[in-house]
Design a protein around this ligand. Sequence first.
Ligand code: C5P
Length: 225
Amino acid sequence: MKKNKIFIACDSTNISKIEKIIRYTSNTELKIGYKFGLEFLNSKNGRNFVSKLKNKIIFADLKLHDIPNTCVSAIKAIKDLKVNYLTIHISSGLQALKDAKKVSGSIRLVGVSILTSLDNKELKKIGFNKDVKKLVLHQAKLANKAKLDAIVCSAQEVKIVKKVFKKEIITPGIRFNTKADDQKRVLTPNQAFKNGADWLVIGRSITGQGNIKKNMIKLIDHLER
Ligand code: C5P
């Protein structure tokens, strides 16, 4: 049977917490990757820690959002880390995406669409009047045009994205229950896979509350239902 693929969001500045997350989440029933974002990679020892990881699928969630030249330079600057996936905001613009893709080499360049922490009401506040689903569809077309390798969207938009983007789809905003924290567009792991997500990103539902090992068992049980 094909293994479900999960990126565990390693969101902490504490190296021993990150070591614990990696130790307790690796298992044989799922394909696990590790996502390091702005918090860990900007922490004093975070980058060095990632540089020493061996035989892991590594996702650098840097969420680049800048002018083309700076995005390109940032990608060149992170190359020594040998990460497998790297994010750039699709709203950086088509030129930035195309230029970034030219230098990303073997790193899979992942376009981040509208953040899962935003809903229509929040989008209006920052001046976007289109419905979130229309915006994500629009951005997925742009990601396709720039030949990006993967896209990040909420699990609620996977079916829409799939119409125009045929490569990997990665979905954060995953929750077992209605406690969404700061996330707005959430679904359960089963719903996300059912919609066609290739990878789920799960952070606090595994690493936040309670025992990480028990939370992993809960996830595996949930996926077997
Ligand atoms: O704790 P939680 O499961 O909400 O963590 C989600 C992770 O995915 C965080 O590391 C967050 O930065 C990241 N992410 C997201 N929404 C996006 C892109 C990335 O939540 N659109």
